[in-house]
Ligand binder design. Structure first.
Ligand code: COA
Ligand code: ZN
Length: 309
């Protein structure tokens, strides 16, 4: 297996499809996830264990996880919003379970009907469930500090609150913490400042960022985080995505463009451009009415482009 410099986690099957206008049927999801993995993506957030009545697009997540676990070398990620979601995710065999813990009080209540501290308490209880299992059967738990750069419901989110929650999540027992710009409010200077402050507080437990491109700064923010030491990035094919409980949230940073940015800098992703374009074709076929975005897919590779060896 080739070495990589950054780990890109494709979140389209979760963040993208939870917000898509139409449902993607289960077989089409499986084909799309297989095509994504075939492009070299080694980590895919394949769905969420939320009440099916609340987000019908995620009703088949158990089935999707089972399919994804059959793909060799793939780290299968699922989102859980509470203990019940964690128990379902753990039973599914997902390798990594991620929790949205909003630093905005208003978004937290809107998204999970819990305060940020109540959410941390849920994560702590799930870490205890994880630790009660034999070592080899423990999933990784990630706490994502959501709305870490601002919130459409609340406006400003205090940086101290982001850092406080990151520390609380580490104390709760998570394996890693990520910072999410849920509604696309971040700018690169802010990204650098908050990433650095959080690293100072929790060290390498902070490994990644989850970015939305609502105001066109997704790639600039990714680069800013990379320069501060981030090596794990969430992104979404075609720039799908958005939280249904955060008004104004639109798509994630586009996977194809993020891969192109890194590869053109000589930063290895392990992902093939041809493979990404094939997976994009499978997405477009499955959801023909859904708008898909991206610059790389429209423009292609520059003449004479060479990947770093
Ligand atoms: N999976 C399946 N069912 C669940 C569930 C889960 N993770 N969590 C709760 N439920 C069920 C309960 O069993 C209960 O069922 P019943 O009505 O048949 O008794 C019902 O849902 C309500 O449970 P409750 O604990 O009162 O939940 P709630 O209505 O307060 O909702 C959350 C809280 C966290 C479950 C919900 O807000 C949620 O899923 N939020 C996540 C939203 C999201 O995915 N956002 C985008 C990603 S950031
Ligand atoms: Zn998101």
């Amino acid at each position: 297996m080739t070495t990589i410099d950054v780990q890109i986690c494709e979140v389209g099957p979760r963040d993208g499809l939870q917000n898509a206008k139409n449902l993607m049927d289960t077989e089409a999801k499986k084909r799309w996830i297989s095509a994504l993995a075939a492009s070299g993506l080694r980590e895919i957030e394949v769905g969420s264990f939320v009440p099916p009545k609340l987000i019908p697009a995620m009703a088949d997540t158990g089935d999707i996880v089972t399919h994804a676990l059959g793909i060799s070398g793939l780290k299968v990620v699922a989102l859980a919003p509470n203990i019940k979601g964690y128990e379902r995710a753990q039973a599914s065999g997902a390798h990594k379970i991620t929790f949205p813990v909003s630093a905005s009080f208003k978004h937290s209540v809107s998204n999970v009907r819990m305060t940020p501290d109540e959410m941390v308490a849920q994560v702590k209880a799930c870490c205890a469930l994880r630790d009660a299992r034999p070592l080899a059967q423990r999933p990784e738990i990630e706490g994502t500090v959501a709305t870490a750069f601002g919130c459409t419901l609340q406006g400003e989110v205090p940086e101290d609150e982001v850092v406080r929650l990151a520390i609380a999540l580490v104390e709760a027992g998570v394996n890693s913490v990520a910072l999410a710009d849920t509604v696309g409010y971040a700018n690169p200077a802010q990204m650098k400042r908050i990433f650095r402050r959080t690293r100072e507080a929790i060290g390498m437990k902070l490994d990644g960022v989850h970015l939305h491109n609502t105001r066109g700064l997704g790639l600039a923010n990714a680069l800013a985080a990379f320069e501060e030491g981030a090596r794990a990035f969430d992104s979404s094919m075609g720039g799908l995505g958005g939280c249904p409980f955060a008004p104004g949230a639109s798509g994630n940073v586009v996977t194809e463009d993020l891969v192109f940015m890194f590869e053109s800098m000589g930063v290895k992703t392990g992902i093939s451009f041809e493979g990404l374009l094939a997976a994009r074709e499978s997405l477009v076929q499955a959801l023909p009415q859904e708008p898909v975005y991206g610059h790389f897919s429209a423009a292609g590779l520059p003449k004479g482009f060479q990947r770093a060896a």
